[in-house]
Write a protein that binds this ligand. Structure first.
Ligand code: SAM
Length: 260
């Protein structure tokens, strides 16, 4: 890069990802707020309302949600809130899967504080690698969400193929992820911010420069919108219309795929 940051070797990636998320699990919100200047909250709520998922009145069965790389449960609890508030859906199930037990534990802690902790067993936490998900059956889910998770996968295409495998026909894949800024001038400013300010913020806020540096690099390396759309199609999904929506000039984007 023009900002001279040394890259991480591929073989080290899985171990590094584990360390990063174990070390940030408890101050995870602080990290997200710092990285995105608080905007990730707006992106997440937009993602959830855009999906507009929930069991419609008169429909014959509840939905099965799967939130992968679900970490602290932001997206999962948000989806359940939306389904209940908008569709009075109190039956659909939610599985929160994450490769990192520390992140899941943090999610479970938060779960205790939510209205979903009602003894109904609708919400499950599973330690799973999103690339394989060997505990999730084929054709068993209706909605697959992943927010700020897939760029951490060692093999992104394997993750997408697995998403396709676990969804039922008619099921929806929805991904919210950091992406490519669509304007060169803004991109220059954004890159400068990412490569100089963010690791410094990481050091000051969390005393953890390395983790933040990894995060910046993982964003930089993630495929651009068009390329990622192609990978979703390659997994077998039908991608509607333009296929993605840029948020904040492409700092993040939403990709949708349908298993026909
Ligand atoms: N979805 C949450 C959110 O938006 O707040 C958490 C996002 S967090 C930045 C990324 C998460 O991806 C971490 O919890 C990490 O453990 C998880 N992760 C990384 N690689 C994974 C993999 N191969 N399979 C499943 N989860 C993974």
């Amino acid at each position: 890069t023009h900002f001279g940051y040394k890259t991480v070797k591929k073989d080290d990636k899985e171990k590094l990802v584990g360390n990063v998320f174990s070390s940030v699990a408890s101050n995870y919100d602080v990290m997200n707020d710092a990285m995105s200047l608080g905007i990730h909250r707006l992106w997440k709520s937009h993602f959830i309302s855009r999906l507009d998922a929930g069991m419609r009145p008169g429909s014959s069965r509840p939905l099965d949600f799967l939130d992968v790389a679900g970490g602290t449960g932001d997206i999962a609890f948000g989806l359940l809130d939306h389904a209940k508030t908008k569709y009075n859906d109190t039956q659909s199930t939610m599985t929160i899967a994450d490769i990192n037990p520390d992140m899941l534990r943090e999610g479970e802690k938060r779960y205790q504080q939510t209205q979903w902790n009602d003894g109904s067993d609708r919400v499950k936490f599973l330690v799973q690698n999103g690339e394989t998900m060997d505990k999730i059956e084929d054709n068993s889910k209706d909605v697959y969400t992943i927010a700020f998770g897939i760029r951490n996968f060692t093999n992104i295409q394997a993750g997408l193929n697995t998403a396709y495998r676990v969804l039922r026909p008619g099921g929806i894949f929805a991904c919210l992820e950091f992406s490519q800024v669509d304007n060169p001038v803004l991109d220059y400013v954004y890159q400068a911010y990412s490569f100089s300010l963010l690791p410094l913020m990481g050091q000051l806020i969390a005393n953890d420069r390395e983790s933040y540096q990894y995060l910046v690099e993982s964003i930089q390396k993630f495929p651009k919108q068009e390329e990622f759309k192609g990978m979703i199609e390659k997994a077998g999904f039908y991608v509607p219309e333009k296929g993605y929506e840029n948020l904040t000039f492409g700092v993040a984007s939403i990709h949708i795929g349908v298993k026909l």
